[in-house]
Ligand binder design. Structure first.
Ligand SMILES: [Zn+2]
Length: 547
């Protein structure tokens, strides 16, 4: 299917294809490039724009806004759907609708989410999901890593089971992984997305991916926020109510197997990852989740007191079925949110108020360890066979029928290994090097409230006396990550006018702690913001105010 033809067909809503019908719906237009090509190709940026333009021309229940630009200057579209589609953030009243944001294509080699949200937008406005129109404010980001999407190549993710016409790159145009950029916010895409989180304040965020790695037996795996510093009510709601309910619905209504995201291993060490286990392998078998750090979107959203769900369609299921599985997963989340709107609103209001209004001391984690479930679980081990990609001539891997339940230790969460007291306020003193201004800008990009002192004062603080500064040997995302060791000491210090005061008694207080606490494993210290001011024997620039 030529680019020009599919674009025209999508735009004019002509159902012309001689290929297979739309994945899970009646034939409805506009159609995606995936549908028009018989699921051999994925939509390009202009096709996504044409699809949503054609859709919004056909319904009053969807509109498009631009929430930012990519590094290469492409407008980033947000589809807003509802009856009527909301024009801005919903005011917090006892009857407000929940706001749900679905992000697709953060990794532009993992493209089924992009096709799935276009299908869902069509079904929500014109098809069988119309009853959900009034259940929530639906926000869809169909093509987040738009620059990466346009770098389609047969070389990218060539072992994935289609689309055989190739996919884009994982990274954005600057080589940054957008799902490692939530704390440092270096890409224009991540700053735009976090700006969207601040402006629209979605209650539930779903982030759509495709797996790499282990040959398991699930069509899709998922994860709740993983960081132990997340509000326990948010984590429990996602882990114990939402996800089990979706898992049941996926089995009952769609005949699809789902479970908590993981990879095979023989230990809790994150260094070892196995594709599978040979028959007769008697080693201890482990199913292990990934990482608790909030550089990943799911844990980042959790620290903002919102419900995040990671979705990982299985790479070795064919492209059409991956779209179907992703679409079914989001559809079931949408139904769940519609049925549980009051509980979600209550949960989130409570999480924001409780942290802001706390009157007893709290601790926050700075180092974490994997936590096993108390009992082994029968995890489905799968297998793959080789299929040839007719266009690239390269081998692809395809899931084969049999799955084998195999008893394993499951590490699906984390616990804090070390904690530090959370202060009510952090202070960063004004200085001639302008460091406090850099910190203020970074915090404000996250939507955090930052205040500036008008007059000099003398404050009692816990300051971090640095014993050692370490920089990681290997660069990651262009950074040699920094960590510090040392100890806190209580002092009276002068705080000049113009210094920053950042309260943790605000709705984003958990994020404030993670970004500023000197020993945080994913804070501004980690990402080199303070490097020029860190030296053994010195004092860390972030001070913790003693009440
Ligand atoms: Zn991904």
């Amino acid at each position: 299917m030529s680019f020009r033809w599919s674009l025209a067909a999508a735009y004019f809503g002509i159902a012309v294809c001689g290929c297979r019908a739309a994945s899970s719906t009646e034939t409805m237009t506009p159609l995606t490039r995936a549908e028009l090509s018989g699921f051999q190709e994925t939509s390009r940026y202009e096709e996504v724009r044409a699809f949503i333009t054609a859709l919004t021309a056909r319904t009053p229940h969807a509109r498009v806004e631009i929430f930012g630009q990519t590094e290469e200057g492409r407008d980033l579209p947000l589809l807003v759907i509802g009856d009527p589609p909301a024009s801005s953030r919903v005011r917090d009243t006892p009857s407000r609708l929940p706001v749900v944001l679905v992000i697709a294509n953060i990794h532009a080699g993992e493209v089924e989410g992009k096709e799935a949200v276009l299908h869902l937008a069509r079904r929500l406005t014109l098809g069988n999901l119309q009853p959900l129109l009034r259940s929530a404010v639906w926000l869809f980001v169909p093509i987040y890593n738009a620059d990466g999407n346009e770098r389609v190549s047969l070389e990218n993710r060539s072992e994935q089971y289609g689309p055989i016409g190739g996919v884009g790159t994982r990274e954005n145009a600057r080589g940054l992984d957008l799902n490692r950029d939530f704390m440092k916010l270096e890409s224009s895409e991540a700053r735009a997305l976090v700006g969207l989180l601040t402006r629209w304040d979605p209650d539930v965020i779903v982030d759509l991916h495709t797996t790499n790695g282990s040959y398991h037996g699930y069509h899709l795996t998922y994860a709740p926020p993983l960081n132990p510093n997340t509000d326990t009510g948010i984590t429990a709601f996602a882990r114990e109510r939402l996800l089990p309910s979706i898992r049941s619905a996926m089995a009952a209504r769609h005949r699809l197997r789902t479970y908590d995201y993981g990879n095979f291993s023989t230990s809790a060490s994150l260094d070892e990852e196995l594709e599978g286990f040979a028959p007769g392998d008697t080693r201890q078998k482990v199913w292990r989740t990934f990482d608790a750090r909030p550089r990943f979107g799911g844990s980042y959203v959790g620290l903002r007191n919102r419900i995040a769900i990671l979705s990982e369609a299985y790479s070795y299921v064919d492209f059409e079925k991956r779209i179907q599985a992703t679409e079914a997963f989001v559809e079931e989340i949408m139904r769940f949110v519609g049925d549980n709107a009051t509980d979600i609103r209550t949960l989130i209001t409570r999480a924001d108020a409780e942290w802001s209004g706390r009157d007893t001391p709290v601790e926050g984690g700075v180092a974490f360890a994997l936590r096993p479930l108390p009992q082994p679980v029968d995890i489905l081990v799968g297998a793959v066979e080789t299929q040839m990609n007719a266009r690239s001539g390269k081998p692809m891997r395809a899931m084969v029928g049999n799955v084998t339940p195999t008893s394993m230790i499951v590490y699906d969460g984390f616990v804090s290994k070390e904690t530090r007291p959370v202060p009510r306020e952090y202070v960063v003193r004004a200085s001639s090097n302008g460091l406090h201004e850099t910190v203020a800008r970074k915090l404000r990009e996250h939507g955090i409230l930052v205040e500036t002192t008008d007059v000099p004062s003398r404050r009692s603080v816990d300051q971090f006396a640095i014993a050692q500064v370490r920089h990681a040997e290997r660069a990651f995302q262009g950074h040699n990550e920094t960590s510090v060791t040392g100890r806190f000491e209580r002092r009276q210090v002068e705080v000049p006018a113009g210094s920053l005061v950042v309260r943790t008694t605000q709705p984003l207080g958990r994020l404030v702690f993670y970004l500023l606490e000197p020993e945080s494993d994913d804070g501004l210290t980690t990402w080199n913001v303070f490097d020029s001011a860190l030296a053994a024997g010195g004092i860390h620039p972030v001070l913790k105010v003693v009440p």
